[in-house]
Design a protein around this ligand. Sequence first.
Ligand code: MV4
Length: 503
Amino acid sequence: MKRKPELFKKVLVANRGEIAVRVSRALKEMGIECVCVYSEADRLSSHIAFADEAYSIGPAPATQSYLNIERIIETAKKSGCQAVHPGYGFLAESHEFARACEDQGIVFIGPGSKSIEQMGFKTQARKIMKGSGVPVIPGGEEPLSDEAEAITLAEKFGYPVIIKASAGGGGKGMRIVRAAGEMKSAFKTARNEAESAFGNPAIYIEKYIDRPRHIEVQILADNYGSMVYLGERECSIQRRYQKLIEESPSPAIDAKKRKLLGETALKAAEAAGYRNAGTVEFILDQSGRFYFLEVNTRLQVEHPVTELTTGIDLVKEQIRIASGFPLGIKQKDIKPEGSAIECRIYAEDPSNDFLPSLGKISRLRNPAGPWVRMENYVYEGYDVPVYYDPLIAKLITWGQTRPEALARMSRALEEYVIEGIETTIPFHIWVIRDENFRKGDFSTSYIDEHYTGKPTDEHRKVPSDVALIAAAINRVESTAVPKKGSTGTTNRWKDTSRREGVS
Ligand code: MV4
C-alpha cells in the first residue's frame, strides 16, 4: 500500500507481555500515542502501564481476547488509531487479520496480507524461492496425494526424509522417515497433526538434513522497492522448536558467507514482493551449504541481538516504513559491530523437563550494568498467568567480541534473582559455561545431546532469606564460648551462590 509519508499519531499494540512493552517504548520515543489492550487475566499486567490508553478486550483465553480480530479492530477505530502493531505470536502472522485491517482502513504494521498468506503456505513459498534462484532443500513441489507418492519421492531424494505440514511452520506436525517401512504411519500422523494444528491436512516431503544449524537473516524493505539485510542470527540452541538462546553474528558464518546469505535473503524478499521487517530462515548443513527454510513475516522475539550489533531500532523502522517513509538506511552503511547474545527467560523448570512453573514471583532483582539489556514485563508480586506463553523476560548482552558478550551474560545471569517460580536461568548459566557452546560447536541437537537437566550444585543459588538465617546461626555458633574439651573450630559457613567469575 502506498501512503503519503506521515508518521501515525496513535497506534494500537495488539499484544501483551514484554513485546507490548517494547513496542510501547518505541511509540513513546517517536511521540506517537500508544493504545494497549488487555484480557481479564492481564488486568495487573505491566504492559498497561506503558500505554496512554488501555482497553479490556475480553476473557483470559487468547481466542476470546488477543486473537479476537473484530474486537481489536473495533477498539482501534473507537480509540482513533491509524495503525496496529501486532508484535509476535497471536495475530502477527494472520493474513486474515492483516486483510481485515486493510479493509477497515487501518494500517497493519507488517507486510501485506498477500505476502503473509503466500509465505505461510510452505509449498507455495518454496516454489516462489526456487523460481528466483534461492536454494531450497530438495523436496516435493506440491503437497503429497498419497503414501505411494511419498515413497517414490523419498527414493528419489534418498532416506532419511521429512514430512512437513504445508500450512505449518515452526516444527509442528513434522515427521522424520528413515525407511520405506515407516512411511505409512508417518504419513498418517503427519496428515492428522497438520489437520488439527493448522486446519489443513496438506503435507509435503523434503530430504532430511541431519544436525543442521538454524541461521536467519533480518531484512527491512520499504514500500518503494528498497531493501537491506542486517546480518544473521544464530538460533540453533533450541528445544522442541522453542528457541532458548540466539546470537549475532553466528560463530559458523564468515564474512563471505554472510554477504551471500544476506544477498540470498534479499533475493527471497524480492521474489515475495516483501515489505516491512522480515526474517528469512535458513538451514545450514554440516558441509556449510545453506537452504531456504521459511520467511517469518513479523518482528521476532530475538530481534534485539540484531539491534545491538547494528544500532538500528527495528520497531521504529517498522513504524516508519508502515507510515510510508522510504528506508533511510543504505546497505553500505550497515556495519554490524561486536557480538550480542540473548537468553530467553521462561517460567519453566529446566531440571524437570522444562515443565511450566507458574505462580507468584516472590522476589525479583533484575540484572543491569554496562551493555546489558533487559526486556521484561514481570515485577515482584506478579502472578505469571497460565493462559499465555511462559516467556517472562529476555536478557541480552553485547560485547566487542563473542567471549566478552558471553562473560557479560554470565555476570548478568549471576546478578539475576527470581524467586517463587522456577526459570530457565540455571539452564542458561550451564550453557554459557559449556565448552562446546563457547567454541561455537553446536547444532539444533545441542540440548538433546549435551544438557542433562541437572545443573551442578554450584549453579544453584541459596535464596537470600535462607542465606541470612544461615549466616545468623553461623555467627551465634562461631562466637559461642567453646565448651570444655571441644576443639573450638568455627563452622565457617560459605555462601555457595558466590563463585569465581568465568570469562
Ligand atoms: C528441517 C530439518 C531438517 N531437514 N527440514 C524445524 C522447524 C521448521 N521451521 C523447520 N524445521 C526443520 N526442518 C529438513 N528438510 C530440521 C528442522 C529442525 C529445526 C529447524 C530450525 C530450527 C530448529 C530445528 C530443530 C530441529 C529440526
